[in-house]
Design a protein around this ligand. Structure first.
Ligand SMILES: Cc1ncc(COP(=O)(O)O)c(C=O)c1O
Length: 372
């Protein structure tokens, strides 16, 4: 089985697995306990908080650990808008048509509370332009939220430019960086980001742990996403998941080295060259300026049903159309790019594992060629 779905989740890295096993054994005390073991656990958590803050140019006091990017996105919207931080007369949100589905669910909820949401369209390359954000901002805009890297296309949005627009207009700016963290350099000051969502399992860490960066967190008046006993600055109650945080820290430490090596192998060019050499018709969706590990590929000449049926047990990859309740629906990202249903049906997201081999790629080409 060739796993081609790392944009959904990376396998745990070996160093992370080792760190996790040790942490489950040793880091079991409650970090809120005032005895020696509790304090040791609290120190371990602080180390990872510092490490994470360093990676994105933030202060440790601006980092809150969460269960992942979905929760962080919930905090970014709900804790700000439903807390007392922002003035209540601002009830407009600007986001985009290509965000992760959780953002749409959060916005639907906020709409039910009277918020108005503008969903900005990407350009033909799948990029959200700063000018489009500028045009969407109104005097009553409370929050702008634009993802850094799109999870279906791998395209990279000009976050620093968008951040500058928001800064100039005094609007809070959130970016979901679940797909970009440790794959692209991030500095929250250079990028003018006020709030940022991160997730460990997108970099070979464990599932169920992530973080949110909040600029000047301690000066903010936010609604807790989980009311609890004061953990994580009162914003996110519940005993802090110390072993998972240790695993997250190890992933932060080792992932980028693996990724740099992966990038230097130019896997994507190899795949596209082989498609060409084999005379297979294809279209890459979204800009060339995309992550090396992710590609959205439309293969108009293949029989998708046969391809999927024949390779169910050989390839793990995401399709451009997926079941949503009982209907097969084209992905909202492809629809935003203007792909019709037929092209979406012929589209696959391939997101490469770090150790993919040339043999694996040749096998993928061979099965695509066979499905024509
Ligand atoms: C861009 C983006 N945001 C949010 C999420 C959700 O992350 P998590 O699984 O950590 O909640 C994902 C993962 O699918 C993602 O790709």
């Amino acid at each position: 089985m060739i796993y081609l779905d790392t944009a959904a989740s990376y396998p745990i890295l070996p160093e992370v697995k080792e760190a996790l096993l040790k942490a489950f054994e040793k880091t079991f005390a409650n970090s809120a306990s005032s005895h020696l073991l509790g304090e040791q656990v609290s120190d371990e958590i602080s180390k990872v908080r510092e490490q994470l803050a360093d990676e994105i140019g933030a202060y440790p006091s601006e980092i809150i650990f969460t269960s992942g990017a979905t929760e962080s996105n919930n905090i970014a919207f709900k804790s700000f808008l439903l807390g007392t931080e922002l003035t209540t007369d601002k009830k407009h949100i600007v986001t985009t048509q290509i965000e992760h589905k959780c953002v749409f669910a959060i916005c639907d909820y906020l709409k039910s509370l009277g918020y108005d949401v503008t969903y900005v369209k990407p350009n033909r390359d799948g990029i959200i332009e700063a000018e489009s954000i500028l045009n969407a901002i109104r005097p009553d805009t409370a929050l702008v939220s634009v993802m850094h890297v799109n999870n279906e296309l791998g395209t990279i949005n000009p976050i620093a430019e968008i951040g500058q627009v928001c800064f100039d207009l005094g609007v809070l700016f959130h970016s979901d960086a679940a797909q970009s963290f440790q794959k692209i350099d991030i500095n929250v000051d250079d990028m003018n980001v006020d709030v940022m969502s991160l997730s460990a399992h997108k970099i070979g860490g464990p599932k169920g742990i992530g973080a949110i960066y909040i600029r000047d967190l301690r000066k903010k008046h936010l609604m807790p996403v989980i009311h609890g006993a004061g953990q994580e600055d009162g914003l996110r109650g519940g005993t802090v998941a110390a072993p998972l945080i240790v695993g997250f820290g190890k992933a932060i430490e080792v992932f980028s080295n693996y990724y740099e090596k992966f990038k230097s192998r130019h896997i994507k060019s190899y795949l596209l060259d082989q498609l060409k050499l084999n005379g297979i018709e294809y279209q890459v969706n979204g800009s060339e300026l995309a992550l090396e590990s992710c590609i959205s590929l439309t293969l108009p000449s293949i029989n998708t049903d046969v391809f999927v049926r024949d390779n169910e047990s050989k390839l793990c990859l995401a399709q451009g159309s997926a079941c949503s309740s009982k209907e097969i629906e084209p992905s909202h990202v492809l629809t935003a790019l203007g792909l019709d249903r037929k092209l979406a049906d012929h589209t696959f997201r391939i997101s490469f594992p770090l150790d993919i081999s040339i043999d694996d790629l040749d096998f993928i080409i061979a099965v695509i060629a066979k499905a024509r």
